[in-house]
Design a protein around this ligand. Structure first.
Ligand code: NAP
Length: 379
């Protein structure tokens, strides 16, 4: 039985039912937590590996959040990855070793799949989405469905955790001044590696200057995100991009030192102003998880810091500080973003909200609860 929807662009009066694949992992449990009291969505299914399936969610999960496990999740029996869940769409927070085929099977079975995993991000017909940056890329969904023979199902992905914050900062700069080159050095939190992640003896009082596959992701994903969909394919942004990625002993929050060269000359004051003024349009402003100004610019010399600033904007903001001249490129700055929220669970939730608002979700008529159709009022 679905709960009544509190607001949003729906005339059906019911919330969309969400399943979470990989619900027991660090990202999955963040999604489970964000779904508690969500005005448009409710959690009806949790799925994970054989280690967890068949158990109550509260028994299967190693809960890492400070708040208790939401009531709606505690007694759910964790399911396996068979695409027969009682929900209207799924979030995927699966380990990348299994996410690729599992997400395809769910999409083929008619489920919209809102994925965190890397497997399909760079597929030529799969949107890699940050709503504030490239909402128009959702127009690729009908092409994906046609290419792959999907009916109501499809896959939409969010970027890698360190790319998410970076691109939120690059987008307003690209629009205002044009971008030529980007050089970025990351200091990435241990929670970015999932649970149990990096062994404590390797990371305690140490820095590990290598994260497998991370630099490649940071150098390719922004090209797609800042590029465009031309009706049949994604055209890359054509940026010069170089990334160095490091793991540091911080729990949550990726810090990034970024230098950029701009196509148009800009003063530091203009750069700060463009970043602070970056705001969402009316369509995005109606989404429950959105922050009106996704980039926050701090003026203190010693900020942003992971411990102090990681939860800015409920974890959905890119926090920028130390905007200054770069002797090699044009401008340099420091960026912080929450890897598990802006870089994963919150990003997926925002993507799902945009998909719902645009009419891409439908109530599954073969579900075990009422067969009532849920249709958005407009796209
Ligand atoms: P995690 O803590 O290791 O969780 C992995 C999840 O996948 C668990 O629910 C696990 O279930 C499930 N799983 C593993 N093997 C499985 C199998 N054979 N069959 C079914 N389920 C299986 O990882 P995470 O950090 O949450 O990351 C999840 C995904 O999001 C990954 O693809 C990751 O690359 C991506 N991502 C992570 C971050 C981040 O900051 N952590 C950011 C962006 C994207 P069990 O508990 O039952 O083993």
């Amino acid at each position: 039985m679905s709960s009544p929807v509190q607001d949003g662009p729906f005339k059906h009066g019911k919330k969309f039912r969400a399943g979470v694949l990989g619900a027991t992992g660090l990202v999955g449990q963040r999604i489970v937590n964000l779904l508690a009291n969500h005005p448009w969505f409710e959690l009806t299914e949790a799925a994970a590996s054989e280690r967890s399936s068949g158990k109550r969610y509260a028994e299967a999960v190693r809960w890492h959040l400070d708040t208790p496990i939401p009531e709606a999740a505690r007694d759910l029996v964790v399911r396996g990855l068979e695409p027969n869940l009682d929900c209207d769409f799924v979030f995927s927070a699966l380990d990348s070793s299994v996410a690729g085929p599992a997400e395809e099977e769910f999409a083929r079975a008619g489920y919209p799949v809102v994925s965190n995993s890397r497997n399909h991000r760079m597929d030529p017909d799969v949107p890699l989405l940050i709503p504030e940056v490239n909402a128009a890329h959702l127009d690729a969904i009908p092409v994906q469905q046609k290419n792959r023979g999907y009916d109501t199902g499809f896959i939409v992905t969010n970027p890698n955790c360190s790319t998410a914050g970076l691109v939120l900062v690059l987008k307003p700069l690209a629009d205002a001044f044009g971008l030529e080159k980007v050089f970025v050095v990351t200091m990435q939190a241990v929670s970015g590696a999932g649970y149990p992640g990096v062994p404590s003896v390797d990371i305690h009082a140490n820095v590990v200057p290598f994260i497998s596959g991370e630099e490649e992701k940071m150098e390719s994903e922004p090209q797609k995100l800042l590029g465009r969909w031309d009706g049949s394919r994604f055209i890359d942004a054509g940026l010069g991009l170089s990334a160095h990625c490091n793991r540091v002993p911080v729990l949550d929050g990726h810090l990034e030192c970024i230098s950029v060269s701009l196509k148009k000359i800009a003063s530091l004051a203009e750069v700060r102003e463009v970043l602070s003024a970056f705001t969402v349009d009316a369509e995005l402003a109606s989404l429950p998880t959105v922050v009106q100004n996704p980039v926050i610019v701090l003026s203190e010399d010693n900020r942003p810091q992971p411990r102090r600033d990681v939860d800015a904007g409920n974890g959905m903001a890119a926090v920028v500080g130390r905007v200054r001249e770069c002797p090699l490129l044009d401008v340099k700055l420091t960026l912080l973003s929450h890897n598990l929220v802006r870089g994963a669970a919150g990003a997926a939730l925002l993507n799902a909200e945009l998909l719902a608002a645009r009419g891409y979700f439908h109530r599954r008529v073969d579900s075990q609860s009422e067969p009532q159709l849920a249709e958005p009022v407009s796209r």
